[in-house]
Structure formats: structure tokens, C-alpha cells
Ligand binder design. Structure first.
Ligand code: G4P
Length: 526
């Protein structure tokens, strides 16, 4: 295919939305789809209650029927402002799992949606920490400005303090809730009005040299406007200055205000986002080589495998982040781990307005490959020169269960299933130090349920899981370990690489241990 690969790659913007459930992730996605023209009606992205389930009926269910697989809204691809945006979903509360974290390894930036009535909530913080570790840019959208929320200054101070990142104010609310006049847009040097007095042209009013607008407008007399001007002045003098390099390194987050539900401020946000967020860049291999996105050779890695929950089918979808080259249907690739040659035939991409076989995809794009068991999470595929990307990080589990096979006669299938699913990254496995009892760890409850389901349906192994609850998992250098350190407040186990770790009952138990053994270093995974 005759394409300009540099131009295509530079158009890509691949991100995930990090937020706490209910902050407005779905609503802002929908607003973006509306602005881009991909959908014409609200209520299309996520079927909610009885209100609307068009999408569920027409698209997702159809693809499930046709392919016999379960595809949730994992990736959306949308054209916006001459760019190709890929949004990778980070599932919320109930389906939070290690997959959620791994997804963050496949994106070039994150959009952080914060409920301005609530501030930084726990799930946002967890996801932010993973993103921040990668040093990728984070664009903040303070949502729900149409409601009375917390003081903007307080919200920004909390963001900086809780997340440990500097913020640069891009626009500042002029009031909120019922008294919302609009946004004082420092970045674009204009006002964005909530309810323009005249025609459409007045939606944006340019700022003059005094940081005010020319002309007669009723709002100019209001205390809300005066206050916003004063705040804006202060922010431009005393706030963190705009610094693109720091933004792109994830050291400074640009902060925007708006309301996803009414669409107010959303376009301003995404316009700046496509301008400032990076296009896909080189990715390092295990041996320290850089793979350029513009390279002719195709390469990518698998960051998620979505198993089918329907017992009638065994196929799965492997999600591939393309790192370099051009993907065209039917290309031949090598799976690095096994050296096996594969023809990439049954692939799918996830356009917002049509879900279809991949025609063309380049670095930054995510494609789904129907898999019958070839792939594992973290696998590299390539054609041309052999490459192997770094393994995906492992994440510290927080929830734990003891596991035993229900039927001792079926030990063999239990062990086989256990081994394969653990290797695939579906769950973390530990054994108690002396008695070698199995303990599994996950970051979310659903992971256990999927694991149990898959063991039963794919390996015919029924298990009994006994919850042992939340634990704080901390690794210890084997050289430092004295089994007497184990007490009633912790459980000493080893991971599947035989490395010892303590499962502390809570933070207090960890602190108690640290006080008792100040010279011992305890480590967490990511
Ligand atoms: P999530 O995907 O992050 O979980 O959140 P989602 O977009 O589903 O939004 C959660 C709730 O917050 C929804 O209300 C949604 O309408 C509301 N919401 C999102 N953005 C805004 C906003 O800018 N302003 C206001 N006022 N509300 C907002 P719900 O009652 O749970 O659902 P629905 O019945 O309205 O769909």
C-alpha cells in the first residue's frame, strides 16, 4: 500500500482515560465521538439502564454473535481534527484487574478525568502511579463544572499534593454550577462563554493586553468574572509556567476545566490534547535497541488477552500495540517467544462508527487478533529484523485467596491449568513458605472469578477459593530473610520465581515490621 508512514504515524494519538468510576470517562468519550462526527446521538457508547442500549444491541452483541467472542469496549478509534485518536479502555470498579494496568503500557499518554466535586479519588491515584512510573504525559480534565464543586484552587493543590506532580493551568473556571459564565482560557488567550449573548461567533472572545475583553458584555460587571480575572493574573505570575518538554515527560500536567455532560470545554481540551500530546515514538527492546515507529519492518507487542467467557467457544482476542511498520491484512509475522511463523489473517480494529477487519494500521494503533492459544501477554511479534520488547511489568497484587482443587483426583488438570494461566498473566501465584499451600493474588475481584471460570471451562478443574482478604505484599532479599521474622501479622510466602515475600495484614503491620527490622529493605512491584 502506498502511504506516507511518517505522516500516518505523526497523526496518531493513543491514550487511556484514567479516572475513578463515575468521574465521567464514558461521558467525555462520548462527547469526543460527537465532536468528531463518529456518532450522532448521545447514549451510544455505553448502554445504561433502560435508557438506551442501542450500542449493546447493534454492534457489540452482533460481533459477539458473529465471532463467538466477547468484546467489550476495549479500544475505540476515531478521527478528530486531522488526527487518528486511539482510546484504550481502562475498566472500572467491578472489572478492575491487572489488565487495566497493562493497558497503560500500550498508550503514549493518559487523560485524567477528575470529578470536580470529589477531587482525586483512590482509583485515579492507583492508575496515575502506574502512568507516572512510565513518564508519559497526563492531561487533566476537571469535570462536572456545571455543578457546584470544590474550589478550583483547592482541587489543583490537592492534585499536586496527592499525586506529586506539578500542574499548569490551561483554563480557569469563571464561576461554577448555576453561576458558570465560562472559561478564562489562558492557553488560547480567550474567553470561552457558556451562554454567548449573541450569535455563535461570540462563543470565544479574544483577550486584550490587559487580560480583559473589549466590548460591552453584561458579565464584565459580575464579581464572578472579576474574581476569575484576578485568579488568572495570579496564576500566570505565580503558577507553574507552561513547559512542553515537562508535559511530554509527564512532569507537568496541563489542567483544563469543563463539563463532559454538556460538552462545555471538551473541544478546547481535545484540541489542545492533539496539539500537545506526543505521537508514537521509539520503543526500547530488551537489549537496549530503539525500534523507530517509522521503520518499514512491522513489530508489536501483546498487552492484553481477552478470554472468551462463553463456554461454547475457546477463542480469545489478543490486543497488539503496533510499535513500528505498517500492518496489512494477511502479513506474515514471527512470534518471538516460540519462533513460530504466523499469518495475521483474522484481525479487527475498533472504529467508533464501524467495527471491521483491519485494512491498514501503523505504529500507535491497536489491533485485535483472534487467537486460538498462540499468544501470551508480553509477547513480541515482528517481521524483518528480530526484536524482543521488554517484558511488561508485574503489579503488586492486593487481594488474596487460598486455592485448593475440589476433587483431589483431578490434581493433574488443576496443576496444568494453574501453570498456564499464571504464565499467561491471568493471576499471580504464591506458595506458603513451608507448607507449599497455593495462594493466588490479584488487583481486582473479577480476576479471581475469571480465573475460576477459565480453570473450570478450559481445564476442567474445579477449585475452592477461600478469601484471605486485602494484604500488603512486600518482597525481601532472600539473603536478609530469617523465617522467624514471620509473625501472626504477616504471612511468609514465595512467588513463582521462588522469591520470598511477606503478605502483611495491613499498613500498620508493615510499619511494625519496619520498626522492628529497620535495616531490612522491603520492596513492592509497580
Ligand atoms: P464513568 O464512565 O467515569 O464511570 O462515568 P460516566 O461517564 O458514566 O458518568 C457518571 C455519571 O456522572 C453519569 O450520571 C453522568 O451523566 C454524570 N456526568 C458525567 N459528566 C458530567 C458532567 O460534566 N456534569 C454532570 N452534572 N454530570 C456528569 P448518572 O446519573 O450515573 O448516569 P446517567 O443516568 O446520567 O447516564
Amino acid at each position: 500500500m502506498n502511504i506516507n508512514i511518517v505522516e500516518e504515524v505523526n497523526k496518531r494519538r493513543t491514550f487511556a482515560i484514567i479516572s475513578h468510576p463515575d468521574a465521567g470517562k464514558t461521558t467525555i468519550t462520548e462527547a469526543l465521538l460527537l465532536f468528531s462526527g463518529a456518532i450522532r446521538e448521545k447514549g451510544t457508547v455505553k448502554a445504561k439502564g433502560k435508557k438506551s442500549n442501542k450500542f449493546a444491541k447493534s454492534d457489540w452483541m452482533e460481533i459477539e454473535k458473529q465471532r463467538g467472542i466477547s468484546v467489550t469496549s476495549s479500544v475505540l478509534q476515531v478521527h478528530y481534527d486531522n488526527h487518528q485518536i486511539n482510546i484504550v479502555d481502562t475498566p472500572g470498579h467491578e472489572d478492575f484487574s491487572e489488565d487495566t494496568y497493562r493497558t497503560l503500557m500500550a498508550v503514549d499518554a493518559a487523560v485524567m478525568v477528575v470529578d470536580s466535586g470529589k477531587g482525586i479519588e483512590p482509583q485515579t491515584k492507583r492508575l496515575f502511579e502506574v502512568v507516572s512510573h512510565r513518564g508519559i504525559p497526563v492531561f487533566t480534565f476537571m469535570n462536572k463544572l456545571d455543578r457546584d464543586g470544590r474550589e478550583p484552587l483547592e482541587l489543583v493543590a490537592e492534585l499536586e499534593e496527592v499525586l506529586g506532580i506539578n500542574a499548569h493551568i490551561m483554563n480557569w473556571p469563571m464561576g461554577m454550577g448555576k453561576s458558570l459564565i465560562g472559561l478564562y482560557d489562558l492557553y488560547n488567550q480567550r474567553l470561552e462563554l457558556r451562554n454567548p449573548q449573541d450569535d455563535e461567533d461570540d462563543l470565544y472572545l479574544p483577550l486584550n493586553d490587559q487580560g480583559d475583553v473589549d466590548g460591552d458584555y453584561d458579565f464584565k460587571e459580575s464579581s464572578v468574572y472579576q474574581q476569575a480575572m484576578e485568579d488568572a493574573m495570579l496564576l500566570s505570575e505565580a503558577g507553574n509556567p507552561f513547559d512542553l518538554e515537562q508535559i511530554q515527560q509527564g512532569k507537568l500536567t496541563p489542567v483544563f476545566f469543563g463539563s463532559a455532560l454538556t460538552g462545555f470545554g471538551v473541544q478546547t481540551f481535545f484540541d489542545a490534547y492533539v496539539d500537545l500530546a506526543p505521537h508514537p515514538s521509539a520503543i526500547e527492546t530488551e537489549d537496549g535497541q530503539e525500534v523507530e515507529p517509522y521503520s518499514e519492518d512491522f513489530s508489536g507487542f501483546i498487552f492484553k488477552i481477552q478470554a472468551n467467557m462463553n463456554p461454547a467457544h475457546r477463542d480469545r482476542i489478543a490486543f497488539i500495540r503496533i510499535v513500528s511498520g505498517v500492518f496489512e491484512p494477511g502479513i506474515n509475522v514471527t512470534l518471538e517467544r516460540t519462533n513460530k511463523k504466523l499469518r495475521m489473517a483474522h484481525t479487527t480494529q475498533f472504529l467508533a462508527d464501524a467495527r471491521e477487519e483491519v485494512q491498514l494500521a501503523v505504529a500507535g494503533d491497536i489491533i485485535g487478533l483472534y487467537d486460538t492459544g498462540n499468544f501470551q501477554i508480553g509477547d513480541t511479534i515482528y517481521n524483518g529484523k528480530k526484536v524482543k520488547f521488554k517484558p511488561l511489568p508485574q503489579f503488586t497484587p492486593e487481594l488474596f485467596m487460598r486455592v485448593t482443587p475440589k476433587n483431589v483426583m483431578k490434581q493433574k488438570s488443576f496443576h496444568k491449568g494453574m501453570e498456564q494461566l499464571v504464565q499467561e498473566g491471568a493471576i499471580q501465584l504464591y506458595k506458603t513458605y513451608h507448607t507449599e499451600e497455593y495462594i493466588i493474588g490479584a488487583v481486582g475481584q473479577l480476576q479471581f472469578e475469571v480465573f475460576q471460570h477459565r480453570l473450570l471451562h478450559e481445564y476442567n478443574a474445579e477449585i475452592v477459593m477461600t478469601p484471605i482478604g486485602h494484604k500488603v505484599a512486600r518482597w525481601i532479599d532472600p539473603a536478609d530473610l530469617d523465617p522467624n521474622m514471620s509473625s501472626s501479622r504477616n504471612l511468609l510466602v514465595k512467588d513463582r520465581f521462588d522469591q520470598p515475600l511477606f503478605l502483611f495484614d495491613n499498613q500498620f503491620a508493615e510499619n511494625w515490621f519496619k520498626d522492628k527490622y529497620p535495616e531490612i529493605e522491603l520492596k513492592s512491584l509497580l
